[in-house]
Ligand binder design. Structure first.
Ligand SMILES: [Zn+2]
Length: 261
């Protein structure tokens, strides 16, 4: 991979599936996103299969500086234990921090207690806070509307600013909280489902239209979204919003350098 070259900012989509049925069938992989931001490597939302998807792409967990959980749901945390072991070489080389909402550590914690000793630390995500990971700044501007404590992530690197809008019901606070050249949006539904706290395509369109990034990436597809052909939806949104909209593919590596100039 590009680790040894001049630092760039890349995002590898280990999986693009979301929600229960997609994760159970693995029609699309799950596993989260692997960020390499100027050489600082960060794993976001290690869902089931993360260890398989990352090792098969020769991504080295023992180079990670942090694992971030947007929230405790299984499709975002299923592999957090094995990834913590991999990051710390089975505990022989303590390393890295875990960033997580507090409720993921409360009753039924998502991480085994023995693994906490392998970490350099645990940072609790809270609304309105920011954190530093190497040269990268991370903010959790707003608590999402989702059945468990959930935060999206706003990253600032030396060269780029981008947002990951994790699972949530749409609310206008999202518009005040996120921005940057790139929006990554978890779009579980093609059509609005007001009874369920997830974003749909019309919500994504509103976010893209209002926030005007240089590009947007749709990911975390539930079965209805997959059946609706996300690549065609992305093409339509590109035409309707004037913003380049991409539907993520399993294994896709996105280099933020392509947004420069
Ligand atoms: Zn969720």
């Amino acid at each position: 991979m590009a680790d040894k070259k001049a630092p760039s900012d890349t995002i590898t989509f280990l999986g693009t599936g979301g929600a229960r049925i997609m994760v159970a069938t693995q029609i699309l992989a799950s596993g989260g996103m692997w960020l390499n931001l100027g050489g600082t490597e960060i794993l976001v939302d290690p869902g089931p299969g993360c260890i398989v998807q990352s090792t098969k792409r020769k991504l080295r967990a023992d180079r990670l500086s942090a694992i971030i959980l947007s929230h405790r749901h299984l499709d975002h945390t299923g592999d957090v234990n094995v990834m913590t072991e991999a990051m710390t070489q089975g505990g022989f080389k303590p390393r890295g921090r875990l960033f997580t909402p507090a409720d993921a550590l409360e009753n039924e914690p998502v991480i085994f207690s023995y693994l906490k000793n392998y970490l350099e630390g645990i940072e609790l995500l809270k609304e309105g806070k920011s954190y530093a990971i190497g040269g990268v700044s991370l903010a959790t501007p707003v608590r999402h509307i989702h059945p468990v404590e959930t935060y999206g992530l706003l990253f600032k690197t030396e060269k780029h600013t981008f947002s990951y809008i994790a699972d949530t019901r749409y609310f206008d606070g999202l518009l005040k909280s996120y921005g940057g050249e790139l929006l990554i949006i978890n779009v579980v539904f093609s059509e609005p489902r007001p009874d369920i706290d997830h974003l749909s395509v019309p919500d994504a369109k509103r976010l893209i239209t209002e926030l005007k990034p240089k590009a947007a990436i749709l990911t975390h597809f539930g079965m209805p979204m997959w059946r609706a052909r996300p690549w065609e939806i992305a093409q339509r949104l590109t035409e309707e919003t004037g913003v380049r909209v991409v539907s993520a593919r399993d294994g896709m590596r996105f280099d933020l350098a392509q947004l420069e100039g």
